[in-house]
Design a protein around this ligand. Structure first.
Ligand code: 26V
Length: 820
């Protein structure tokens, strides 16, 4: 029999069955006989949330009682992916949930498929934040994720006639069982207006900000359950609401409709997620979003201090505030404003607290990606913050002049205000000056960061810089998404590998064994079968699971060079057409990824992939040896099917451009071999797995720079390589576009005349390297051995390792056990 407390907390299948029926009745309001799978999804989600709620409250209480320092991870994006499956893994109740649903006549996998994932991020940066929350909870570290509750997340991608179209992501349409609204936890957010300088009662110069607009930020909390522990941390997302006390009637007498309109305008602040890979310049609403979530989060921290009766002076001992890229970097000026203007701290004391609290992670070196805001826009939206930034800058540049006398060029380079063309606030400089710790996200990236965009800062404060190579969570990206492999690993190593991924190394000893290779191969084949069915259902394309699965999934960008991959495909196509007897192991070339809606070239790359796919897949001369497929709407949910099915992982960015990459790690963990350049974390992946088990090609970052310095002429590569020339001509002439020679002209012209990412310079090396892949693939036992070694040596890339480093080197945060 199931007791009342079992219904909320019981971990047995019988208790879960009763809990689902209860929620179906009391929360969803449906009779079991008419309930849809989605109704069952909601009921199960609520039942699982109950089980976390108890741990959640316990966790919060433990942190509070012990006065523990908390890591506050400030991020404009959290790409969480579906919660249900992950929570089942972390609570260890997958099998019980499966049995409970079976009793009710449903299959757990069908129910899991009902969840619409919260796509509150663009790609790597947002997914990294989500992996870090998983690791923080699993490592029992006090932490809160702070971000924005976008009403519309990343757009959904549909492919029509080969082109990307964008559909708004209405993820909240059927409610969100994972969040708990906290209508009483809110803060006011001001905009615009002007400042007044005045003398306070004791004769001090003070500043008052008289804003002319105001909105309210309301908290929505989501529990983040650690794996195998009682710790359940919080993701707190802010949603904008109109301020009801800001009584519109008083301002617009009788104009009810104008008042309602003002409400709509207030609430647009958190309406929609922006693409992170489109130049932000001029997007006022985006700056408004950043300030909105950052001030709510900082006010929340100050409020928590107050609840703990701790003086504001202890802020930096209680909170480690991490800036996930520059998006939250306005926080540096905002904390100064809260301390100096509102709490009447003197400047130096406030500055000491600010610098001791903040850490800044840089995620890109691309100059066009560095955030800067035009001064007039900044002044209109945040007039007081601009004054504060000027004062930070004045004091900072004095320090620079003292350290480096008579070097005004250096002063201009380091200024928080850029003066190339129109004046702009440089957010990376603000984040750097306001932080005691600055880090890059892979060893190579950190080196380049220190040698390029933050060189002057590194010379001034070398001790503030460190590397924190990214990581991914093995719970979601192996245990949840690759159940076959999980079972084999559990059986071979015991379950501890999930929290001690160093144990994966023990697989080395099995890599040569026939029987083990056999099991390994069978699991991979099963995963490829699953993906093949999914691709067929989504696109109609049929792929033989026995073929080599060659996969490139990531945002579409020229620096990631999906078009280099296509040049290889078209090269093979031509070779097969010219020489039907050519021996070529059959391959499926699989792509996925979204393009920023305004990114002309990226959208054309998608069209090209689909055009090449259509031609090749329909051509009986080649389609028994190659197929091409573009999986629409790459997201976390379908990523679960994609990574485990890969034989070959494409990591082919121009060296020096990909800060780290994290997809590369997910592929490796699931036993894919990598073909890649020496870029981002690929360098460390190759170090770990060994050069013999990695397909390396292409120019190094240093060589890329030197080629560019001495004058890169892509046309020389076209002239010097008949095959490359033929491939480009085929694409340009409309062979893949029914004779339309216009569609791909911009792509081909860009490559032959400009080629900013050196696609043509790396083409020959890439083709040669792919030939090595072909020979390696033909030796099945050896390929399988290398596949095993990839998983075996992927331990370094667990987000647990990354988070441990952040805790020890930057945050000074220790784990705390939460009791049951
Ligand atoms: C922004 C922009 C803006 C202008 C146009 C080009 C462009 C390209 C990329 C971006 C994204 C910047 C921030 C970002 O998402 N970085 C990613 O962070 C991941 C997590 O650290 C890392 O693995 C990826 O390599 C890095 O691109």
């Amino acid at each position: 029999s199931v007791t009342a407390s079992d219904v909320r907390l019981g971990m047995q299948a019988s208790a879960l069955t009763q809990a689902v029926l209860d929620h179906l009745h009391y929360s969803v309001g449906r009779l079991p006989s008419v309930a849809s799978p989605h109704d069952y999804y909601r009921a199960l989600a609520l039942a699982i949330r109950d089980r976390m709620e108890y741990r959640w409250i316990n966790t919060t209480q433990t942190y509070f009682d012990l006065n523990r320092k908390v890591a506050c991870y400030l991020s404009a994006e959290f790409l969480m992916g579906p919660h249900l499956g992950n929570n089942l893994v972390n609570l260890h109740i997958e099998q019980e949930a499966r049995n409970a649903l079976a009793t009710l006549g449903h299959d757990l996998d069908d129910i899991l498929a009902c969840e619409k994932e919260p796509g509150l991020g663009n790609g790597g940066l947002g997914r990294l934040a989500a992996c870090y929350l998983d690791s923080l909870a699993t490592l029992q570290c006090p932490a809160v994720g702070y971000g924005i509750r976008y009403e519309f997340g990343i757009f959904e991608q549909e492919i029509r006639d080969g082109w990307q179209t964008e559909i708004t992501d209405k993820w909240l349409r059927r409610g969100n069982p994972w969040e708990i609204a906290k209508p009483d936890t809110f803060y006011y957010v001001n905009w615009g207006g002007h400042t007044e300088h005045y003398q306070d009662e004791v004769g001090c110069q003070r500043v008052r900000w008289i804003p002319d607009r105001m909105v309210k930020g309301v908290a929505y909390d989501t529990p983040i359950q650690g794996y195998g522990v009682n710790t359940c941390n919080t993701l707190r997302l802010w949603s904008a609401e109109a301020v009801e006390s800001f009584d519109f009637q008083a301002f617009n007498v009788g104009d009810y409709y104008q008042a309602v309109n003002e409400k709509l305008v207030s609430e647009t602040v958190t309406k929609v997620l922006y693409p992170n890979d489109e130049p932000a310049s001029g997007k006022r609403l985006r700056l408004a979003q950043q300030y909105f979530f950052v001030t709510c989060s900082l006010q929340d921290m100050l409020h928590l201090l107050e609840l703990a009766h701790a003086p504001v002076e202890t802020f930096a001992e209680r909170f480690a505030v991490q800036l996930n890229d520059t998006h939250p970097s306005i926080g540096v000026a905002e904390l100064m404003r809260l301390l100096v203007d509102e709490r009447r701290f003197d400047w130096d004391a406030a500055w000491a607290i600010t610098v001791a609290s903040f850490g800044y992670t840089n995620h890109t070196l691309l100059p066009e990606a560095l955030e800067t805001w035009p001064l007039p826009m900044f002044a209109e939206l945040l007039p007081r913050h601009l004054e504060i930034i000027y004062e930070i800058n004045r004091r900072f540049l004095d320090e620079v002049r003292t350290r480096f006398p008579d070097d005004e060029a250096r002063v201009a380079r380091m200024s928080l205000i850029g003066e190339e063309g129109d004046k702009r606030v440089r957010m990376a400089h603000l984040a750097t000056v306001g932080s005691h710790a600055i880090n890059g996200v892979a060893a190579l990236h950190t080196e380049l960061l220190q040698a390029s965009i933050l060189k002057d800062f590194h010379e001034l404060w070398p001790e503030r810089f460190s590397n924190k190579t990214n990581g991914v969570t093995p719970r979601r990206f192996l245990a949840l998404s690759n159940p076959g492999l999980r079972e084999l690993l559990d059986h071979t190593l015991g379950q501890q590998w999930l929290t001690e991924p160093g144990l994966l190394r023990k697989l080395d000893a099995h890599a040569d064994k026939d029987a083990f290779q056999h099991d390994w191969y069978a699991i991979k084949l099963g995963n490829k079968q699953r993906l093949s069915s999914y691709i067929h259902a989504q696109t109609g394309i049929e792929i033989d699971p026995g073929w080599l699965f060659d996969i490139q999934v990531k945002r579409i960008h020229e620096y990631k060079r999906q078009h280099l991959n296509i040049l290889h495909i078209v090269t093979m196509y031509r070779r097969l057409k010219e020489n039907p007897a050519l021996v070529l192991p059959p391959r499926a070339f699989i792509f996925g990824g979204k393009a920023a809606p305004g990114y002309f070239m990226a959208k054309r790359i998608i069209k090209l992939i689909n055009a090449v796919a259509e031609t090749i897949n329909a051509d009986p001369d080649v389609n028994t040896r190659m197929k091409v497929a573009f999986i629409p709407n790459f997201n976390v949910q379908n990523a679960h099917l994609i990574y485990p099915a890969a034989d070959l992982s494409e990591q082919i960015s121009t060296a020096g451009k990909e800060a780290s990459g994290t997809g590369n790690m997910k592929f490796m963990l699931n036993g894919a071999l990598t073909i890649g350049t020496l870029d981002g974390a690929n360098v460390e992946i190759r170090e770990e797995v060994g050069a013999d088990n990695f397909f390396l090609f292409g120019l190094s970052a240093a060589e890329v720079e030197s080629v560019k310095r001495t004058g890169y002429r892509p046309h020389d590569y076209v002239a010097g390589n008949d095959e490359l020339r033929a491939v480009l001509e085929l694409i340009g002439a409309g062979h893949f576009s029914q004779g339309d020679a216009e569609v791909f002209r911009p792509l081909v012209d860009n490559l032959t005349h400009d080629d900013p990412f050196l696609v043509l310079a790396d083409y020959a090396a890439y083709i040669a390297c792919q030939e090595q892949v072909n020979s390696a693939w033909q030796d099945v036992p050896n390929w399988t051995r290398m596949s095993i070694l990839n998983t075996a040596r992927s331990g370094k890339f667990s987000s647990d390792r990354a988070i441990t480093e952040y805790c020890e080197d930057i945050w000074n945060i220790r784990p705390v056990t939460v009791k049951a």
